[in-house]
Design a protein around this ligand. Structure first.
Ligand code: HEM
Ligand code: FPP
Length: 319
């Protein structure tokens, strides 16, 4: 992990040995557990597990055999990989995280946890995830998971400081979990059947663009203070954010319909994806017409509804 900054002493770790009444209270095991939990980003890990399960289900549906052990090992291994990626991300970003209210209380940003301990945790999670994916899934699944961790931690994360392009780079690891789930069952990703997994990848990758453009705008002052090169920092008017949001929603609209055209989802999926895509696009257009926080928040909330709804209906209305 050459681009992860070197460990620092945890200078402000609270002391449990002092008797000074004004001293911070002891750092208990429960505090450490809570910090570990923050480090592994449980909410993103939950979504990663769900989307990995979708890729797994698509492979099973196309006739590949599976076992419960394979399913549990794949979901567990991918979850551990996501946790590892999240730890490395926070290790790299501890200084910029410390400058933003949303992230300042994270354990490494707040210097509650020693950097060495976090890196050991991240590496243990990564190795355990790799072992589980190899043992219960396939080597291809573990290879894609390794690529996902590395591209998130070593390419996307450093790029956040350099260019708004980081958003499109980050969309790749964010969209790979269903591909990992599919590869864990089939061991191959370039057969005609695998198109289903790649379409879910495409929908997720495109969806992340308005998702994060809205967040970037909502937190633009924080990102600017931390000198992160988001669209909304480079162009505080929001123009480049909502233009990119509209353009991506325009491409996402047909991508959401592709499962029906490719024959692995039906017309209910088509109708729901069309309606959701039009609402998502409409809210991005409204953002352009009435630039501001309220419009950006609407796009963000729409993103939180769009993805689960569209993915659920693709699975329910399966062919
Ligand atoms: C380029 C990729 C992505 C970026 C930069 C990004 C960034 C973020 C940020 C900064 C937040 C916090 C917003 C807040 O605290 O108000 C957030 C929230 C959220 N993101 Fe993403 N995200 C990305 C991809 C994803 C992916 C792939 C998923 C799931 C499949 C996802 C699911 C969520 C959910 C459910 C929330 C809302 C609740 C929460 O914070 O847990 N995001 N995203
Ligand atoms: C299997 C596996 C390894 C999955 C990993 C998937 C993954 C970590 C997706 C994250 C997508 C993403 C770019 C989130 C934002 O990070 P951020 O650093 O911009 O968010 P932050 O500001 O909250 O830290």
């Amino acid at each position: 992990m050459s681009s992860v900054p070197p460990p620092e002493p945890a200078a402000s770790l609270p002391s449990s040995t002092t008797t000074d009444a004004a001293a911070p209270r002891a750092y208990t095991l429960r505090d450490r557990w809570a910090d570990y939990k923050t480090l592994v980003k449980p909410s993103i890990t939950r979504m990663v597990v769900i989307t990995t399960a979708i890729g797994f289900a698509l492979a099973v549906r196309s006739g590949h055999s599976w076992t419960w052990l394979m399913l549990i090992g794949t979901l567990g291994g991918t979850a551990l990989s996501c946790m590892a990626a999240s730890v490395y991300n926070q290790a790299y970003e501890h200084r910029t995280d410390a400058m933003m209210p949303r992230t300042a209380k994270r354990p490494l940003a707040a210097k509650r946890l020693p950097m060495g301990e976090a890196l050991a945790l991240g590496t243990s999670l990564m190795l355990a995830g790799q072992a589980m994916l190899c043992m219960f899934g396939t080597p291809l699944a573990s290879g894609v998971a390794a690529f996902t961790i590395l591209s998130y931690a070593l390419i996307y994360t450093p790029l956040k400081r350099v260019s708004p392009i980081s958003l499109y780079v980050g969309a790749v690891p964010g969209a790979l979990p269903p591909v990992i789930g599919y590869a864990a069952v089939t061991g191959s990703l370039f057969t005609p059947d695998a198109a289903a997994a790649w379409i879910i990848f495409l929908i997720m990758a495109l969806w992340q663009v308005p998702h994060f453009l809205a967040i970037g705008y909502m937190y633009r002052k924080d990102y600017a203070a931390a000198d992160l090169a988001m669209h909304a920092v480079r162009d505080p008017s929001g123009r480049s954010s909502f233009r990119n949001s509209i353009l991506t929603c325009l491409v996402l609209l047909p991508a959401g319909l592709a499962p029906t055209f490719l024959g692995f989802a039906g017309w209910i999926s088509f109708s729901v994806a069309l309606l959701s895509g039009l609402v998502f696009l409409g809210l991005s257009i409204q953002w352009a017409m009435r630039p501001g926080l309220t419009s950006a928040r609407r796009v963000f909330f729409a993103s939180l509804i769009y993805l689960p709804v569209v993915l659920a209906v693709i699975m329910i209305d399966a062919r």
